[in-house]
Design a binder for this molecule. Sequence first.
Ligand code: PGA
Length: 257
Amino acid sequence: MRTTFIVGNWKMNKTASEAAGFVAELSRAIPNNPTVEIVIAPPFTALASVRTALGPASNIALGAQNMHWEQQGAFTGEISGAMLRDLGCTYVLVGHSERRTLFGEQDGDAHKKVRSALLNGLRPILCVGESLDQRTAGQTESLVTGQLAAALTDLTSNDLERVTIAYEPVWAIGTGHAATTEQAAKVHRTIRAHIAAGWNQATAARMRILYGGSVTPQNAESLLSESEIDGALVGGACLKTESFATIALAALNRRSG
Ligand code: PGA
């Protein structure tokens, strides 16, 4: 059974001081329940204060939004996996569509980041997804499997145990137009079949595949009612305690319901 997984991507929101108060509130609002894994991914500058605010006993884990693939060196403005691990990060987002479209990240970069994350003891959450034009042109499946093939090339099934995939259609991110549960489930099945064909059935069955793109307290229950959808990568709706807690509760009810 795959543990339901909810990830909050804060993007470029909240200062370190704002983050500390927010997380204290969030910890009170989200019940401590091991059947759902919760991760928050603040900006780099807030990682330390969020870690402190969560405290050692929290079941909310820490993730970063990006990393560089090199360990150290002359890469002005970059942050390494070793630095993130040292700050208490467990997860790191790789290849988010905003990185790809706004900052020119390529599939090859995602591959190097996934490898470096694993090397540094971090669990990468690899984001894939098609644009509206690509969907309209009927290229969703080939685009998504192409992104997977490039980013996961030469990984072993052992490596894949530590990787999560987030299917995030670009047209759904920040637009208020989430994919329907059926649209998401269809792509999730394609992703799982790609993993089964490239590695093996057992690895595919264990792989957690999240949906992201305008997940809200209103649509979370429907999306999470689909067994192919193992959780959500939440942007806008994770910035308010109440909406993120409602999504976490929907995940919790899914398991116990
Ligand atoms: P959104 O963002 O929930 O605001 O659409 C999701 C994401 O970019 O991860």
